[in-house]
Design a protein around this ligand. Structure first.
Ligand SMILES: [Zn+2]
Length: 276
């Protein structure tokens, strides 16, 4: 694990101050999926953001100036980009774990769950942001699963007040409105732009995650409600993951499908209505 603390304090001093914790798969996921937490804590004396990145970035696709980078070089570049995001966003710490995507996706390998559990024993955040189980990216879903498994090992009194599964590789605008957690990410727009563009190795090859994420947030804000003016200029959606902590028997698959079932029921209901 590569631990980075932008200020001169120790991890033991930083850990109890963390109120918002993001746990993402790759370098750059926190800045999309947990941006709400980063912005809530930015320049806030009583709230502090911490981040955990689970994979080491060595398997990252590369083009352009990065095309000939060896895996170990790519790993260093991505880790430094993540450190730069932590400096810009004033995170209290960022822990970069050293797992490959294959390790994370291997359900018989508990090393990520063990490591997250050890970290969570030292952290007591009010809010955790991670990947939702409907995400299209298998490494994202695997990290989301590992976070839930690690949290389930903790006693209930050590659970966060909120555990949110945020958008990256699948938007959540299709959910029925009751299932959507709306996160206003309009604050500090210059900072959020910098946080997305700092990951030059990812966006230089034509994957403009910075444009894509911002475009989604703008679309979410405008298409949120047909009858009201926009309440926020940028909106990110999330799923409430707390039912998975309150009921340890609830499988991620059953939980994920429950959102699809409610969406289906909404469409079936409308079919019987006047609109059809
Ligand atoms: Zn990712």
């Amino acid at each position: 694990m590569a631990l980075f603390i932008p200020t001169s304090i120790s991890f033991a001093e930083a850990a109890p101050q963390i109120t918002h914790l993001g746990i993402g798969a790759h370098q750059d996921d926190l800045e999309i999926m947990a941006l709400h937490g980063i912005l809530e804590c930015y320049q806030n004396p009583t709230q502090h953001f911490g981040g955990i990145v689970c994979t080491n970035g060595s398997g990252s696709p590369r083009t352009g100036t990065y095309a000939d980078c060896h895996d170990s070089t790519m790993k260093s570049i991505r880790q430094e980009e993540q450190r730069q995001a932590a400096r810009l966003g004033k995170y209290l710490f960022v822990a970069q774990l050293d797992h490959s995507s294959a390790e994370v996706q291997n359900l018989t390998n508990n090393s990520l769950v063990d490591e997250l559990y050890e970290l969570l024993l030292q952290l007591h955040p009010e809010v955790i942001y991670t990947h939702h189980p409907l995400d299209k990216h298998p490494t994202h879903r695997a990290v989301g699963r590992a976070v839930i498994e690690a949290l389930r090992r903790l006693p209930a009194k050590q659970h966060p007040k909120r555990c949110l599964g945020g958008e990256v590789w699948r938007g959540l605008d299709w959910l029925v409105d009751e299932d959507k957690i709306t996160l206003d990410v309009s604050a500090h727009p210059e900072l959020s732009e910098k946080l997305l563009t700092v990951f030059a190795s990812q966006i230089s090859g034509g994957k403009r995650y910075d444009f894509a994420a911002r475009g989604r947030w703008q679309a979410n804000a405008t298409f949120a409600n047909a009858h009201h003016v926009d309440q926020a200029t940028l909106v990110s959606y999330a799923i409430d993951l707390m039912p998975l902590l309150e009921n340890s028997q609830l499988t991620l698959e059953k939980f994920a499908l429950s959102f699809v079932d409610r969406f289906r029921k909404e469409i079936e209901g409308e079919q019987g209505g006047k609109a059809w």
